[in-house]
Design a protein around this ligand. Structure first.
Ligand SMILES: Nc1ncnc2c1ncn2[C@@H]1O[C@H](COP(=O)(O)OP(=O)(O)OP(=O)(O)O)[C@@H](O)[C@H]1O
Ligand SMILES: [Mg+2]
Length: 244
């Protein structure tokens, strides 16, 4: 579904991606971890088309999409959430989701946008808040809305950027169940998350980034025990229970 081939990008002297290569198959759930500034969000920007690589290739379903912008990639089935939720604060929750359903809809044969927006609101637990202004939402509900707006585009590949950060343990569990259900429904998921135990309850593969490079990848528990990961996180107080 997605292949990166030697993708690199720098901002001045800072390499945010350096020789990144990996493949994601249809139905995969892949986790991405790494310290602050490792280049995780930049990697999503490269995949979503918000940032152009300096060199390398990005393929989707075998087609070269390297030169395509975010709008075109959205039409190919890529959707993302942003680390800092930025809803249209003056619009209602329903209207926010409707924007995604109308503008990024790929399948013209699908149900009308209003019906799809309602369906997504139900799935994300936001139906009761449909008429509320998005600017008045709590953090958990803003995160739900971020997810709902992405789901409204009916993505095949969903990119989640630190969607669990700042939530209570109970809220985090709720979100994990929702993401599991989305993945089981057939959507391919790539999830950047600092809350490692949440991530590991969903993903089958883990990629570790540090200073723009992939330093480890593979089966999540094996990767978490690897010397590279221990070195990176030593003294950083990660979610250390998974390192035991
Ligand atoms: N548009 C930009 N211009 C210049 N530098 C940038 C730009 N975007 C990101 N950077 C820099 O690139 C590096 C990687 O940033 P990025 O946001 O990808 O990290 P991250 O792994 O998502 O970090 P965090 O865990 O804090 O979200 C950082 O040093 C950041 O300051
Ligand atoms: Mg980030």
């Amino acid at each position: 579904m997605l292949s990166l081939r030697s993708v690199s990008r720098a901002f001045g002297a800072v390499a945010v991606a350096e020789d990144i290569s990996f493949d994601v198959a249809v139905g995969d759930a892949v986790g991405i971890i790494g310290p602050n500034g490792a280049g995780k969000t930049s990697l999503f920007n490269l995949i979503s088309g918000d940032l152009a690589p300096g060199s390398g290739l990005i393929l989707m379903s075998g087609c070269d999409v390297t030169a395509l912008g975010a709008r075109r990639r959205s039409r190919l089935g890529v959707a993302r959430t942003y680390q800092v939720p930025l809803p249209f604060v003056g619009l209602s929750v329903f209207e926010n989701v409707l924007v995604g359903a109308v503008f990024a809809a790929r399948d013209q044969q699908a149900a009308p946008p209003e019906a799809r927006a309602l369906d997504v609101l139900k799935r994300t637990g936001l139906l009761r808040l449909a008429d509320m202004q998005a600017g008045a939402l709590t953090l958990l509900d803003r995160k739900r809305l971020e997810l709902a707006r992405a789901l409204a585009t009916q993505p095949e590949l969903l990119l989640l950027d630190e969607i669990a950060g700042g939530l209570t343990e109970a809220e985090c569990l709720e979100l994990v169940e929702l993401i599991k259900a989305i993945h089981l429904g057939g959507t391919t998921v790539i999830w950047i998350e600092h809350i490692v135990h949440a991530l590991l309850s969903v993903v089958q593969r883990l990629i570790v980034l540090d200073r723009g490079r992939i330093v480890a990848q593979g089966e999540p528990h094996g990767v978490m025990r690897s010397s590279q990961v221990r070195e990176i996180y030593l003294g950083m107080e990660p979610d250390t229970d998974v390192l035991q």
